[in-house]
Write a protein that binds this ligand. Structure first.
Ligand SMILES: Nc1ncnc2c1ncn2[C@@H]1O[C@H](COP(=O)(O)OP(=O)(O)OP(=O)(O)O)[C@@H](O)[C@H]1O
Length: 253
């Protein structure tokens, strides 16, 4: 069972943000994506999760081609992404944020609310129970009724993870889960990711914090200028001369 990304190309105007990117991972595994600013990491995430269409190439999850599917259909197929800047609703509480992220609610249409009030209520109870279980798992119970906008950066990352979990995914794409997060909460987020991975959920992670990422994932894909520069264990790729050049080569002496 795997995520297979083949020869993805994406140009903005004449500029190739992605230039033939291929990689594979076990869909229940842990893989990190690193690379200097502008390497194409976020663009790759947007293509894999279906938010932008590739010019060429293919994405398949556990043997199912996803290329014709949008983000919601890919989430139903088992793969969901979080965003670098958390998009939770700041005025909603943590619990409401998670409940709002549950997919396919019959109360979503006003008509459904009038025609099936009982069913909508039963569904809402089930979603609330699921949200509370997720909140407990993420150790967010103390802030369940706090508006998400008042949380710390790290707590917001946990809320974003919780929102993704409400879709019951097999594979989660995390965009910079440690950015702007204090060291204590980084360990907390890592512990939850390891926990979830132990239960069979896979993670594809973009992260600039190489130290934290190297402790989390057994394998890294290094991108530079729209291409895959290296793949391997953190120790091997970080010792690679081409990788060091990509990171340090453009920096002023
Ligand atoms: N919507 C867009 N329109 C035009 N150019 C874009 C667009 N999105 C990204 N780019 C360009 O594509 C290139 C790759 O950007 P991308 O954000 O994917 O890189 P990144 O590796 O995620 O960088 P960072 O680490 O800084 O987030 C950059 O040169 C960027 O300016």
């Amino acid at each position: 069972m795997s995520l297979v990304v083949r020869d993805i190309t994406k140009a903005w105007g004449g500029f190739r943000a992605l230039d033939g990117v291929s990689f594979e991972m076990e869909s229940s595994g842990l893989l990190g994506i690193i690379g200097p600013n502008g390497a194409g990491k976020s663009t790759l995430f947007s293509v894999v999760s279906g938010f932008i269409a590739a010019d060429a190439g293919s994405v398949a999850l556990d043997g199912t081609p996803l290329d014709r599917l949008g983000p919601a259909a890919r989430a139903r197929a088992g793969m969901i992404r979080t965003f670098q800047v958390p998009r939770e609703f700041h005025h909603l509480t943590v619990r409401e944020n998670l409940m709002a992220a549950a997919p396919g609610q019959s109360g979503e249409g006003l008509l459904g609310l009038f025609l099936r009030p009982g069913r909508v209520r039963a569904e809402e109870d089930a979603i609330r129970a699921e949200a509370d279980a997720t909140i407990d798992f993420l150790r967010l119970a103390r802030v369940a009724d706090t508006p998400a906008g008042r949380l710390s950066g790290g707590q917001k990352k946990l809320v974003e993870l919780g929102r993704a979990l409400m879709a019951k995914p097999r594979l989660i794409l995390l965009d910079e889960p440690f950015a702007g997060v204090n060291p204590v909460l980084i360990e907390e987020i890592m512990a939850r990711i390891r926990d979830l991975n132990g239960r069979g959920i896979g993670f594809l992670v973009i992260e600039h914090d190489l130290d934290a990422l190297s402790r989390l994932v057994p394998r890294l894909v290094v991108m530079d200028r729209g291409r895959v520069l290296a793949t391997g264990t953190p120790q091997a790729v970080l010792a690679d001369a081409a990788v060091r050049e990509a990171y340090l080569g453009g920096a002023p002496a």
